[in-house]
Design a protein. Structure first.
Length: 364
């Protein structure tokens, strides 16, 4: 497993542990200077160099998607805000500005942790008004990012959902999900569980540059195989496909070849989506790493968030070709659309093509 060790901007107004020792237990409390609701303390430790965790107590963790939204789910749970996966293209970056952080390095290095997420969720799910709608996890930031290794919020969240009879879906890049395979197998005997892995490239060098805090593509392929070996379904969200970087026939063929070998139950794929906040950060990265592509991207995206219609149509055709070549035609991809029971093999009991999310937006 590979983690990025680049230096990130220090937390604003936060003290650090100058002892030189790696603490074995919780880090000492620090003076909190950020106006975060429910803030208990802000913590930085040598084990997570460059990352500051802002521990908060949440009043609610079950989020209702606004009425009229085009999202294919009604309820979400996000135990973390901000994400140390540091994916340059992450569509959720702008959401960090609502907390008075910036959408760039702060999003990567200032992680808000809802330390009481499982307890609050269990209480919310016990209310008579709860109708057991599907709950989606991984819709904004990754629930299995590195912070989960420290805080272990997901086991309690999974148990709360399953015990209440609530179906759920999880999308992640984090191989830490493997820790919870026994728990997920048990949950799947209680409620429909839909699992997806986010993986859109096999080029290890490019992944190191553009999604530096994530487990490598090779590690995620192994995770897919482990989930399938455990009898769990596992779709793949192959987003975003990056113009001129991961959209060649060679790159797409390599991706679908490896996903088929790993046993993915289906693939949903689509083009890079550059909404405000993400666009500035991505274009800055592109200028530094691939300056020859900057002009092409500006022409392809214009002033909007979407690649041109012609490009998206072309890419959809190439994706359809490689899905057919590798046996994914007619299979269910991943879009948080449904948590469906399985037929015993791990494949959805009613295989149907999963529609991409609106605009084919990436989820991480």
């Amino acid at each position: 497993m590979r983690w990025d060790a680049q230096a990130l901007s220090p937390a604003r107004g936060l003290a650090s542990d100058n002892s030189g020792n790696t603490p074995s237990g919780p880090a000492p409390a620090m003076e909190a200077l950020l106006p975060l609701a429910g803030l208990v303390r802000s913590v930085s430790t040598p084990e997570f160099s460059g990352v500051t965790f802002h521990e908060v107590t949440a009043k609610s963790v079950l989020n209702k998607v606004p009425s009229g939204s085009a999202m294919p789910f009604e309820w979400t749970v996000n135990p973390y805000r901000g994400c140390s996966h540091a994916c340059v293209y992450c569509f959720a970056r702008k959401s960090h500005t609502y907390l008075e952080f910036d959408a760039g390095r702060d999003f990567d290095s200032q992680v808000v942790v809802k330390i009481n997420a499982a307890e609050v969720l269990r209480k919310e799910l016990a209310k008579p008004s709860w109708q057991r709608h599907q709950v989606a996890l991984g819709t904004n930031t990754d629930p299995y990012q590195r912070a989960e290794g420290r805080y272990a919020l997901m086991p309690g969240i999974i148990r709360a959902l399953a015990d209440s009879g609530t179906p759920f879906s999880i999308l992640t890049k984090g191989t830490l999900l493997a820790r919870d395979i026994p728990l997920l197998k048990h949950a799947a005997t209680q409620v429909p569980v839909d699992l997806g892995i986010s993986l859109a490239m096999t080029n290890e060098d490019l992944a190191e540059l553009i999604e530096p805090g994530t487990p490598s593509p090779r590690a995620r392929l192994k995770l897919i195989a482990r989930l399938r070996d455990a009898g769990l379904g596992c779709g793949v969200m192959a987003m975003p496909i990056l113009p001129w970087l991961t959209d060649s026939d060679e790159a797409l063929d390599a991706l679908f070849t490896e996903l088929a070998k790993a046993g993915a139950t289906g693939v949903t794929a689509g083009a890079l989506y550059l909404k405000p906040g993400t666009r500035e950060w991505y274009m800055s990265w592109l200028a530094a790493q691939h300056p020859e592509l900057v002009g092409r991207y500006r022409r392809l995206y214009g002033q909007g968030s979407y690649a041109s219609k012609d490009y998206r149509s072309w890419l959809a055709g190439r994706i359809s070709f490689f899905k057919a070549k590798h046996g994914f035609t007619g299979s269910s991809g991943f879009s948080h659309r449904n948590a469906r029971p399985t037929d015993g093999s791990g494949a959805p009991s009613e295989a149907k093509a999963a529609s991409p999310l609106p605009g084919q937006e990436p989820l991480f």
